[in-house]
Design a protein around this ligand. Structure first.
Ligand code: ADP
Ligand code: MG
Length: 251
């Protein structure tokens, strides 16, 4: 059982004009086995939450706490967060020229587990995961994210998630730039990991589209750097019909 506890989190982002407060008191608890959808209008701070959990240096924690099974995540380096079982798929993944997907995955797996995976089973696992995601085997020899299409980037993220077996996965706008077929394949990947491991998932999305494939247990609506409303999957349906207008009227 793993628990991520975010308490009264305040975050400012570094801008040319100085620090700008974005998150203004976020409270959220994610247990293993649960999927939480974070929804909300553009600019409400969803990605800021993801980057803050990832330890991105541009985002300054100005208050509150983040605990993973009681351990202070905010005091951990980015590597330590990964070793603690946190997996972060970013809305804008970085390119790593000269490092193949295959090497990248193996290095990440080794870093997280503290030892290199046994070669034969690893090769088998990678092949199976790639087949599941309908990825051509030549993909493994390409440089990470270099010239990847939007769909390839997202598949690569889910490939990592399948192979690294995180305790907590944070997926930011995994549905952006995907056509219906790719969305289904990527969603199936997330669901496969959900059904075969005890992962907790933080699924960040502006649109309700992906929630037709990945049913969340809880839905949280972000407005202006805070959670404005919470509910079950029915809240996502309501947002699908009504949009975010009713949250923005008074802001
Ligand atoms: N690096 C940055 N520099 C300046 N402003 C930023 C930066 N990152 C985020 N912001 C601002 O923070 C707010 C929240 O952004 P973001 O977390 O990306 O929202 P969302 O993911 O919900 O669309 C926006 O107003 C955005 O302009
Ligand atoms: Mg975003």
């Amino acid at each position: 059982m793993t628990t991520l506890e975010i308490r009264d989190l305040h975050v400012s982002v570094e801008t040319k004009e100085g620090p700008k407060p974005i998150l203004r008191g976020v409270d959220l608890t994610v247990n293993s086995g649960e999927t939480h959808a974070i929804m909300g209008p553009n600019g409400s701070g969803k990605s800021t939450l993801a980057y803050s959990l990832a330890g991105h240096p541009k985002y300054q924690i100005t208050g509150g706490s983040v605990l993973l099974d009681g351990e202070d995540v905010l005091a951990m380096s980015v590597d330590e967060r990964a070793r603690a079982g946190m997996f972060l798929a970013m809305q804008y993944p970085v390119e790593v020229p000269g490092v193949s997907v295959s090497n990248f995955l193996r290095t990440a797996k080794t870093a997280i587990d503290g030892e290199a995976p046994a070669l034969r089973s690893w090769v088998k696992d990678v092949r199976a995961a790639m087949e599941n995601l309908r990825m051509d085997s030549t993909f493994a020899e390409r440089s990470v994210n270099e010239g990847f299409s939007g769909g390839e980037k997202k598949r690569h993220e889910i490939l990592q998630m399948e192979l690294l077996k995180p305790r907590l996965a944070i997926l930011d706008e995994t549905d952006s730039g995907l056509d219906v077929d790719a969305l289904r394949i990527v969603s199936e990947g997330v669901n496969r990991v959900r059904s075969t491991t005890d992962v907790g998932v933080l699924l960040i999305t502006h649109y309700t589209r992906i929630l037709r494939y990945i049913t969340p247990d809880f839905v949280h609506v972000f407005v202006d750097g805070r959670i404005a409303e919470e509910g079950g999957p029915e809240l996502a349906e309501r947002l699908e019909n009504e949009g975010y207008d009713r949250f923005l009227v008074n802001s």
